[in-house]
Design a protein around this ligand. Structure first.
Ligand SMILES: N[C@@H](CCC(=O)N[C@@H](CS)C(=O)NCC(=O)O)C(=O)O
Length: 228
């Protein structure tokens, strides 16, 4: 765990989880706006997200959670990846990570809301955690749930591929919090058994461009992630 004296933010995260997106955004903000933050690992594979200490931070036992100081200097906790990404982008407008034009902002929310609900919870999660959609002992059902989930995930990635067509970044010509979120999904696609680069070449090109950004590369290395 890195330690930062009096960090502006503390991000509770687990390697490769959806917390990777705010981790990337915080690292981008460190580079562009010189903010300091502390990444605090809560390793799901070790059950740390179910520890009493972490449940006191997020009673849902999920990552990410962000600790930040409000205007009165009180520490507050914010949960939900989408809320954290929009909060960070909004709190540091000089970094330009969230569009300010109202309709462009709503289009960003439209994308992110679909990623967080349909593609993450109703798609990827059914592949990774089929036991959460039936009982842990109903092993016969797990395979069918995961297989259906894989179909939904593939359809979701096809939608992303079509939306990205020819774009350098998800929203067009500049990096936004949405790009950071898409890094998470691209990596999960491989772990769902999809051949991402062959099936979704436009998405792969976007990810290649993102990985060339020093902040993104640093976070991928820090979380020790394989992207393909
Ligand atoms: N709706 C939440 C979902 C967060 C979530 O599902 N996080 C996963 C990691 S990607 C988690 O903490 N899983 C631990 C568990 O389910 O026990 C968000 O978008 O932040």
């Amino acid at each position: 765990m890195s330690t930062v004296a009096d960090p502006l933010y503390r991000l509770f995260h687990s390697p490769g989880a959806c917390s990777l997106a705010p981790h990337i955004v915080l690292e981008e903000l460190r580079e562009s706006c010189a903010i300091n933050y502390e990444p605090v690992p809560v390793v799901i594979a070790e059950g740390a997200n179910r520890s009493p200490a972490y449940l006191a931070i997020n009673p849902r036992g999920r990552v990410p959670a962000l600790a930040y100081r409000d205007e009165a200097g009180q520490e507050q906790i914010l949960t939900e990846a989408m809320a954290i990404l929009l909060f960070l982008g909004g709190r540091h407008p000089e970094a330009g990570l969230v569009p300010t034009e109202p309709m462009a902002f709503i289009r960003l929310v439209e994308w992110m809301s679909w990623l967080a609900s349909t593609l993450h919870q109703a798609g990827v999660r059914t592949v990774f955690r089929p036991e959460r959609f039936t009982t842990a002992t109903d092993k016969a059902a797990h395979e069918g749930i995961a297989a259906q989930g894989r179909i939904a995930v593939r359809a979701g990635f096809a939608e992303i591929e079509a939306k990205l067509a020819g774009r350098a970044f998800a929203l067009g010509d500049r990096f936004s919090v949405l790009d950071a979120y898409l890094v998470v999904f691209y990596r999960w696609g491989g772990r769902c058994g999809l051949t991402m680069r062959a099936e979704f070449p436009g998405f792969a090109t976007l990810i290649d461009g993102l990985r060339a950004r020093p902040a993104v590369a640093r976070v991928i290395a820090r979380e020790r992630l394989q992207m393909e």
